[in-house]
Design a protein around this ligand. Sequence first.
Ligand code: FAD
Length: 292
Amino acid sequence: MKISEILAADRPCLSFEVFPPKSTEAFDSVSRAAEQIADLHPSFMSVTYGAGGGTSLYTLQIALRLAAKGVTPLAHLTCASSTREEVRAQLARLRENGIENILALRGDIADPAACRSYRYAAQLVEEIRAAGDFCIGGACYPECHPESANDREDIQHLREKVEAGCSFLTTQMFFDNNIFYNFLYRVREAGISVPVIPGIMPVTNAVQIKRITSISGSPLPQRFRRIVDRYGDRPEAMQQAGIAYAVSQIIDLYANGVNAVHVYSMNKPGVAAAIRDSLSEILQPPVGRDGV
Ligand code: FAD
């Protein structure tokens, strides 16, 4: 099923992300974790793409495991470190295996001169469109992509990417929902009308924090820092508090009319299950006035 169809349905969507193994030895444990998350019946699941090297093939293999479990997979694909031929070969593999949804990404690059056939994700979106009937998504950055000079330029390039053929966008993680609401306002003002799925990261251990601040590019809100200061050295308490923080963000998003939320579940079935359970009633389809 295409993710655009899932997003168009009149019910709240909750999706999860997993990342593929970095080695053959880890394949079984990663695919087991992904399948356990699939057992929670999310609206769809995304599988990230490790740019370059043999591990990129695992994205497809994990996506197929999810499809076998009845969950619609969204395969990520990056382009910066690939040649046009490599991208085309991966697209052919995805098509032959019945994968219908691709998140088109550039990938992180230390030096733009190191890009091979593609410089920006929009070029990959065009390539995917030419390769078949895929539903294509793109990434977006409520706190601005670090390479963009300013928000205006960031949104302008985002609009070009959507015009190239994206049916939906997924955001980088954020920890203050007002950042997302402000971003959504600017996105709509710029005439971008596709669904924008907020990406929520449950922070369940203090080690994640440093990496997260460098990725999101902004300091964590004080409310969240207090939690880390208080519980960061008590793993179970930190996990509980991190899940509760993510759940409160998600409930606020649904309550404010956002229909779909994506959770960076980091191959942790326990965390995904705790979030899913906390939302069990909230995820029910809206009930009409007559109770039907
Ligand atoms: P782009 O859309 O190309 O944007 C990159 C920068 O270039 C932005 O600053 C943009 O404004 C600018 N730009 C775009 N077009 C132009 C233009 N014509 N002229 C000048 N500037 C322009 N990485 C992985 O390696 N694997 C993954 O699986 C993965 N999954 C991700 C999922 C999500 C939801 C997100 C938010 C990120 C993910 N990433 C992943 C990270 C991503 O690859 C990096 O953030 C990367 O730096 C940018 O990718 P992009 O697709 O957003 O690039």
